[in-house]
Design a protein around this ligand. Structure first.
Ligand code: KIV
Length: 283
């Protein structure tokens, strides 16, 4: 459990993030999964760091998010929490951590808050309104998630655009209204047509955070490993900013090459019994 998290950090809170948004700046949200990625995202100045259950795909090498456990999310949230001192920290409620009952949802969300998160995210719309209402009444801020929801991959048949046709549009609008009325402070819209995401944003009354939903949302979220080029094959809607796979592979290959050719370790990396390398502090 993170000790005295609320006293230790100077993090943004849900109210401060909402105020920032009201001042006109779109919300910047990015995922992180461990201490260094949490620290990097925080230093980069994003508004919200999300410990996503995309952990399963991009960090644990699993086929999807269904195999991510609450214990996984608690462990990774604790690690990210140690690296985040400015942004608001949100953690995903993994599959089966809120579905069985409202009481279990409160327990699971509570564990994630004890791990250092300040809000939790859960997937689904109108059906989850009573759960959201109960969590919010229990003091747990909720980020909802609509459109393509990876925990429902088997029902949806794959990562397909949602909100298509008159029925799809009506359902998405109804779900967005339902989670907002239940007290969610924001809602992720994943893989939703741009004009529909914009319409939801205009009517729903809480911030919309788009991923594959166009520029008409109140903010954007991307998976860190897609930004960094570390996810293998990023979806079309993501933007890759560096070829991390190439950069990191080259770095490790350079190290291997240095060892094999006697260039590492050098004198500066070698303890001589007096001091640590060139002018370094004695060890
Ligand atoms: O798990 C995750 O990374 C997410 C984002 C894509 C919103 O839910």
């Amino acid at each position: 459990m993170a000790e005295r998290t609320e006293a230790r950090h100077g993090r943004a809170t849900v109210p401060t993030v909402l105020r920032r948004l009201a001042e006109g700046a779109p919300l910047v949200v990015v995922t992180a999964y461990d201490f260094p990625t949490g620290r990097i995202c925080d230093q980069a100045g994003v508004d919200v760091v999300l410990v996503g259950d995309s952990l399963g795909n991009v960090v644990l090498g699993q086929a999807g998010t269904l195999t991510v456990s609450l214990a996984d999310m608690v462990r990774h949230t604790e690690a990210v929490a140690r690296g985040v001192s400015r942004a608001l920290l949100v953690a995903d409620m993994p599959f089966l951590s809120y579905q069985p009952s409202i009481a279990e949802a409160v327990q699971s969300a509570g564990r994630l808050l004890q791990a250092g998160a300040q809000s939790v995210k859960l997937e689904g719309g109108s059906f989850w309104a009573p759960t959201i209402r109960h969590l919010v009444a229990s003091g747990i801020p909720i980020m909802a998630h609509l459109g393509y929801t990876p925990q429902s991959i088997h029902r949806m048949g794959g990562p397909h655009v949602q909100g298509i046709g008159a029925d799809g549009r009506a359902r998405l609008l109804e779900d967005a209204q339902a989670v907002a009325e239940a007290g969610a402070w924001s809602v992720v819209l994943e893989m939703v047509p741009g004009p529909l995401a914009e319409e939801v944003t205009q009517v729903v009354g809480i911030p919309t955070i788009g991923i594959g939903a166009g520029p008409g949302c109140s903010g954007q979220v991307l998976v860190l490993h897609d930004i960094l080029g570390l996810s293998g094959r990023a979806p079309r809607f993501a933007k890759q900013y560096i070829d991390g796979e190439r950069l990191l592979t080259d770095a490790v290959a350079s190290y291997a090459d240095d060892v094999r050719n006697g260039r590492f370790p050098g004198p500066e990396h070698t303890h001589d019994g007096q001091s640590w390398g060139r002018g370094g502090a004695p060890v």
